[in-house]
Design a binder for this molecule. Structure first.
Ligand code: ATP
Length: 370
């Protein structure tokens, strides 16, 4: 897998052919991957795909059945969890309720016998970093949920770990607070330069915070790339479907002229013209994937579009800035198209049962083999 932003970045974590079995069950399946210094790395995937197991192996709570994990080039297999330069922050982080926020942050440093003045400096630095200076004397229950989350973060960063693991860290927060906190997390990650690995169910969250996103399926990483690359060029229908909204149309490649591929997909429906740099044998089954926002919707048939198709508005989801239209074709297939809402195109431009034309360019979608 290619490194992220910085081509000179060094891997801080290296998984080499790591497998984790629980009895006969393979939770992590022969995984090899690098995570880079200063990276904000997100693990994304459905429940049970192995995200937490991967994190727990990094933290030292689970041991790989096979393979090795290196941290800064050193095999961490024999190193117990408390001796690793790795810290884990949990969703419902157990802050000590009877201790002040100051003492909560200082706790691990004192346990490590750090000199008193250094503890003080470090705690103050963490309070500044998380903008909690004013609340240092309060107990955890005397601050808001979002602030408690920041204290938990301050506490997990106090010992300056090389790697911070965040398992659904914002799961307990409501949507608005969650979004604000995502930006704070990004800010803090950038300021400290600590490598963050986050596990989340929420693909929007992964796309927002991460420098790279790894999509997992049954113990394997099926694609790892920057958020925009994952979104624009998913390598399978699984990834395309997991990240954002997508129309998937199965058809057969029936002609190819250079990069231009003609896909026949349904009787009575016009062929789809797509682009691919791969050669497809005639008659090969392909999947055409196109995001709803790449499909234009109009009352009249547009001139000059590579693909035009007619249908009827079945459902409309009004989302404020945009609306998503479910358009039913004559063969019963439903295509999702999105249009921006503004004065020219008001939400009433199209209504239920309207006959509409959908159109897109020949490079708007991608062709996938599986
Ligand atoms: P979720 O998003 O629901 O937390 P996940 O992707 O984090 O899921 P894991 O918790 O890593 O998934 O679990 C992966 C698989 O391994 C699951 O099928 C789970 O049941 C199984 N598993 C995890 N821990 C154990 C264990 N100690 N013993 C047996 N099976 C386990």
């Amino acid at each position: 897998f290619a490194p992220w932003r910085d081509p000179n970045a060094k891997p801080i974590i290296h998984f080499q052919n790591v497998t984790k079995r629980f009895g006969d069950f393979v939770a992590i399946d022969d995984l090899t991957i690098d995570i880079y210094e200063q990276e904000f790395f997100a693990l994304l995937g459905p429940s049970g795909c192995g995200k937490t197991t991967l994190m727990r192996m990094l933290a030292g709570f689970e041991t790989p059945t096979e393979g090795t994990i290196l941290l800064s080039g050193e095999d961490i297999g024999p190193i117990p969890p408390n001796k690793r330069a790795v810290n884990m922050m949990f969703q419902s982080y157990a802050l000590f309720p009877h201790l002040s926020i100051w003492d909560n942050i200082a706790f691990g440093l004192r346990r490590d016998n750090m000199p008193k003045n250094e503890v003080g400096d470090r705690v103050e630095e963490m309070l500044r970093l998380t903008r909690m200076e004013k609340f240092a004397r309060r107990k955890p229950h005397q601050v808001s949920g979002g602030q408690r989350q920041r204290v938990a973060l301050a506490r997990s960063l106090a010992k300056a770990p090389k790697l911070l693991l965040l398992d659904e860290p914002l799961g307990a927060l409501d949507k608005k607070l969650r979004q604000d906190t995502q930006f704070e997390l990004m800010d803090i990650q950038e300021k400290t330069g600590t490598t963050f690995v986050i596990v989340t169910h929420d693909q929007e969250e992964a796309m927002t915070v991460a420098s790279r996103v790894a999509v997992m399926d049954h113990g394997k990483i099926v694609q790892v790339a920057t958020p925009d690359a994952i979104y624009e060029t998913p390598n399978s229908t699984y990834v395309a479907d997991f990240i954002g909204d997508v129309n998937l149309i199965e058809g057969k490649a029936v002609a190819q002229d250079g990069e231009k591929v003609t896909i026949a997909w349904a009787e009575g429906q016009p062929d789809i013209i797509g682009t691919s740099d791969k050669p497809f044998s005639n008659g090969k089954t392909v999947h055409f994937a196109i995001r709803p926002e790449k499909i234009a919707i109009a009352a009249e048939k547009p001139d000059g579009a590579a693909n035009t198709i007619q249908g009827k508005v079945l459902d409309i989801a009004y989302l404020g800035n945009i609306s998503t239209y479910h358009v039913e074709l004559a063969n019963g297939h439903i295509i999702k198209a999105q249009a921006a809402n503004n004065r020219r195109i008001s939400r009433r431009s199209f209504t239920w049962e309207d006959q509409v034309w959908l159109s897109w360019t020949d490079t708007a979608g991608i062709l996938l083999e599986s």
